[in-house]
Design a protein around this ligand. Sequence first.
Ligand SMILES: Nc1ncnc2c1ncn2[C@@H]1O[C@H](COP(=O)(O)OP(=O)(O)OP(=O)(O)O)[C@@H](O)[C@H]1O
Ligand SMILES: [Mg+2]
Length: 422
Amino acid sequence: MNGALTLGIDFGTSNSAAALMDANGVLQVIPLDGTRAEMPTAVFFNSETHGVLFGSEAMQAYLAGTEGRLLRSLKSLLGSSLMDEHTAVGDHSLRYFDIVVLFFKELKRRCEAHADVPLTSAMLGRPVHFVDDHPERDALAQATLGRAAMEAGFTHIAYQLEPIAAALDYEQRVAQESAVLVVDIGGGTSDFTAIRLNPARSKEADRSNDILATTGVHIGGTDFDRLLDLSTVMPSLGYKHIGKGNRPVPNSVFFDLSTWHLIHQAYTRKAMHFAKELWTDFSDPSLHARLMEALVGQYGHRMLAEVEAAKIACSISGQNAAVHLEFLRGMAAPEVTADAMALALQDAVSQVVRCAQDCVAASGLPAVDVVYLTGGSSALAPLVAALQAAMPQATLVTGNRFGGVAAGLAYAGSCAGHLLHD
Ligand SMILES: Nc1ncnc2c1ncn2[C@@H]1O[C@H](COP(=O)(O)OP(=O)(O)OP(=O)(O)O)[C@@H](O)[C@H]1O
Ligand SMILES: [Mg+2]
């Protein structure tokens, strides 16, 4: 065993990343997926070859229409009873837990291939809350994450909060003492830490005196995807359709189809039967036909991936972005506009900003000097605008959006060496 190397693992809802601090104190974010630091947290079971693909290869195979089963947002299942349930993958079935283990094994393999040594110690990141307002399930989620890492071959593990890891990474760039609100908005959660940063203290293992407050809410990019899918695409499949008898069509199928980790529930035999029988509720049969086409063709992930791509394009450019759904017959490409996106995400964005303000309030500081943005969704235009409006006196600093947490975890791991090594 090589006790000197500490791997930081950021197992993310959408993307995972890893970084390594070597014995000389040199930190490197590992190119986990080709040349990229972020590896989509995705597993694809190919029904044609019976092979298993991970990361962007999994996404590409799935989006190219290869027969098989895609799993994404596995982190959202940690702490739920689904973890121990079996799910069909090709001609056999696996527990969701075993699929997380497979993902960790692959991540470990890629890190070892890069480092060219076996790696058995890992500092695992965890959000402030895996599950909101449910301490038992939250503790279970962390324990399950650790168990999966151990089963994948890690022998020494410890945990650090993701936003604290992000703060430690940012601290390497800070020249003087400053009060910082670290904002990590990822795929599944938004986490905040109010922290005093000072490079002179960055090697100290225990920084609890500098951590003034942490808050977190279970809202992230996958929720933004769901809200946008529901507002721009699902109405064309019957969501909010007022059908026969002046009643709205039951909506659970649309929620399943627009929630990354629930999409497969819409394809079970029972759910398909239920959806088929819904035809009596529709006054416009073409909407029901399109819903059934999406279900029978298992297009849920593909549709949501197109919504996500339009969200990102519109957020970056501020211009309208088309959601390409031409694979559904007779479906025009709906457009995501900046205004429509701001409106659809308004409530969720407000909740995230409120959680940021709660963190500053709990810190006891009148204000912070810097708001440090990390995580993919921290680039979401309406969110950045709302944060700046809520904290006008702070300077917004954009960090390493995809590798920063992993880097901070490797850093934390090296400071907590005694916990991680024999
Ligand atoms: N430019 C952008 N604008 C808005 N959202 C973006 C942008 N780029 C990426 N995203 C979103 O960022 C999310 C992924 O971010 P990230 O990789 O930080 O999440 P994660 O670490 O996997 O999630 P978590 O930390 O919540 O477990 C996705 O929902 C993606 O759609
Ligand atoms: Mg993250």
